[in-house]
Design a protein around this ligand. Structure first.
Ligand SMILES: [Zn+2]
Length: 139
């Protein structure tokens, strides 16, 4: 089967909650928390940088709409995330079709208390050498 035939987001018509001309909103299933939404381009695109400008505009129009609604009605804060992880095989919790996660967040919520509290240990001071090395990545 081709990537599009196997892709759950290319066959998600019954899951769509809201849409515009080039993108749509669904609930993540499985989800990390109640109110975990996904915004997905209608065209099967695997690399975010291959989206065309009109798709980017359509996606972020829905991302900001959902983020505002989630922040007003479900939680105090809201994370927006896109994961590009070609090193993982497509499966139940990993879909190759580009999508943006919108997740309600609150002070010391379940995601923080189970997982993210450890992230503070990872923060390190940026050195001038590292800054120079990383600037070269973008040249
Ligand atoms: Zn797809």
């Amino acid at each position: 089967m081709s990537a599009i035939e196997e892709c759950p987001f290319c066959h998600a018509d019954e899951r769509k909650i809201k849409e515009n001309d080039l993108a749509f909103v669904i609930l993540s299933n499985p989800r990390k928390m109640k109110g975990h939404f996904l915004v997905v381009p209608k065209r099967h695109v695997e690399k975010p940088w291959e989206l065309i400008d009109r798709e980017v505009k359509a996606i972020f129009s829905l991302v900001f709409f959902v983020q505002k609604k989630v922040s007003e009605k479900l939680s105090v804060g809201c994370d927006v995330r896109q994961n590009y992880r070609p090193f993982l095989k497509q499966g139940r919790v990993k879909v190759d079709h580009v999508h943006y996660h919108i997740m309600p967040r609150d002070f010391e919520d379940e995601l923080y208390t189970k997982i993210e509290y450890k992230e503070a240990e990872m923060f390190a001071e940026l050195t001038p050498e590292e800054r120079g090395e990383m600037e070269k990545v973008l040249s």
